[in-house]
Design a protein around this ligand. Structure first.
Ligand code: GUN
Length: 432
């Protein structure tokens, strides 16, 4: 594909554009067939005084497969160190503060509001080690109506003393957190098992977390092969294992509901194991570029059959918007293509868009519920207006729907997102 994408793939992409959602709103589900005809896409565009403006379209909501909600106050700052130094200098000192519930509530309201208004209808959140603050993140997602995976983070080694748990306490708090979240019986809210990364978890802790995931049938999230220094540290900490992935696998945290962020430095062995287990990749290009971790090769992982979604990785990534993740995924792929053989195809914008929607749903094992407008799925959607009064994008009469969608993906922003729906409920827009 790359810059010569096929019609078939275009059709797949534009089949994600549907008519305005009156029917979908009332049921919360996608109720009518997906419209593959381009002319129908125009039906719900605004009527101007003298002619029809073709300015609005609807797309599936964005799925952020990796975001650290407590790191939100640092977004846009402090990206001048590589991963391990960055964690110690900026990230752990901030996360420690979430023992203060008032602080946690304030930040979590802001991050959920910000991501939703940028079109993130589903987010897979890391919280901190604190159970109370992790519940505060659930409260924020519930109050705004966002679909969320929320993970109480787990770490029992190699972290500052004031931010490290005992193994038993970590497992106990996690199970209590799970029961409290499940007790809310909110179908939009799911606890996610969250060993921070192998560096900060003993095998005893990871194995205990794997058992909890199995007991409650829950998704799992963590970090994998993000930077060379981190990969080296893992090999020193776990010399008896074949690789980084082997550590996770033997501890029972590699399932078909596991998402691993970054995956820049996977070996053939890692890829084969992840494919066999159905483990998904969260590609976080802003973070990988900002804290100089490396260039993840999405094309190769996709070609090898891995599931790949996109993540903002706030605040290693400095931007909470998935539009930014789409752009930087394309640019990362373009940069890689410069170094690769001429037949290497960089990601097309259609593929990056898919990774931000259906790809993310696959990675989170939610593709039977969200990710596109297949009949019967939940109606999670964005109404985009490229001529919103405050839009910073110029459009022209001769712009095709393809042009408008591309303009949104490349130079649009939250000012073009007029309405956001989660399961048919309007959560952003007039009246909200
Ligand atoms: N990007 C990133 N990588 C990590 N690895 C372990 N913790 C983190 C984190 O908070 N952010």
């Amino acid at each position: 594909m790359g810059h010569g994408e096929s019609i078939a793939q275009n059709t797949l992409f534009f089949s994600n554009l549907v008519q305005f959602p009156d029917a979908h709103r009332s049921s919360g589900r996608v109720t009518s067939g997906v419209d593959q005809r381009w002319d129908e896409v125009y039906t719900y565009r605004r009527l101007g005084n003298t002619f029809v403006y073709y300015s609005q379209f609807i797309i599936p909501g964005f799925i952020d497969t990796h975001i650290h909600a407590p790191q939100y106050p640092n977004t846009g700052t402090k990206v001048d160190l590589p991963l391990l130094e960055w964690l110690n200098a900026y990230t752990f000192p901030l996360e420690v503060k979430y023992s203060d519930l008032k602080f946690a509530r304030d930040v979590y309201q802001k991050v959920v509001h910000k991501t939703l208004s940028n079109g993130t209808t589903t987010a897979s959140y890391f919280a901190t080690i604190h159970k109370g603050a992790s519940m505060a993140l659930c409260d924020a997602a519930e109050s705004f109506g966002q679909r969320a995976y929320v993970g109480k983070c787990n770490s029992d080694q190699n972290l500052p003393d004031n931010y490290c748990e005992g193994t038993a306490a970590s497992l106990r708090d996690t199970e209590e957190f799970i029961m409290e979240v499940l007790g809310r019986k909110n179908p939009l809210l799911t606890p996610v098992i969250t060993p921070r990364y192998a560096v900060s978890c003993t095998t005893e802790l990871m194995a205990g977390l794997g058992k909890l995931a199995e007991k409650y049938d829950l998704p799992i999230q963590s970090h994998l092969c993000e930077s060379l220094a981190e990969v080296k540290w893992v090999s020193e900490l776990f010399p008896q294992y074949d690789s980084y992935t082997d550590v996770y696998d033997k501890c029972g945290v590699f399932t078909n509901k596991t998402v691993m962020a970054h995956c820049v430095y996977l070996t053939e062995f890692d890829v084969a194991l992840m494919k066999e287990r159905g483990v998904g990749v969260s590609h976080c290009p802003n973070s990988n570029l900002s804290i100089c971790s490396g260039l993840m090769d999405a094309r190769t992982w996709l070609d090898k059959g891995l599931k790949v979604g996109l993540g903002t990785d706030v605040s290693g990534g400095y931007h909470p918007s998935m539009l930014d993740a789409i752009r930087l995924a394309i640019h990362t792929s373009n940069a890689l293509s410069i170094q690769r053989p001429p037949d290497y195809k960089s990601l097309s914008y259609q593929e990056a868009f898919r990774m931000a929607t259906l790809g993310g749903a696959e990675v989170l094992a939610l593709d039977d519920t969200i990710g596109n407008f297949e009949v019967g799925k939940d109606f999670d959607a964005l109404l985009v207006d490229m001529e919103s009064s405050n839009s910073r994008v110029d459009t022209f009469d001769f712009d095709s729907i393809e042009d408008l969608v591309q303009k949104f993906l490349f130079i649009g922003d939250d000012r073009n997102i007029q309405e956001v729906y989660v399961c048919g409920q309007k959560v952003v827009g007039d009246g909200k």
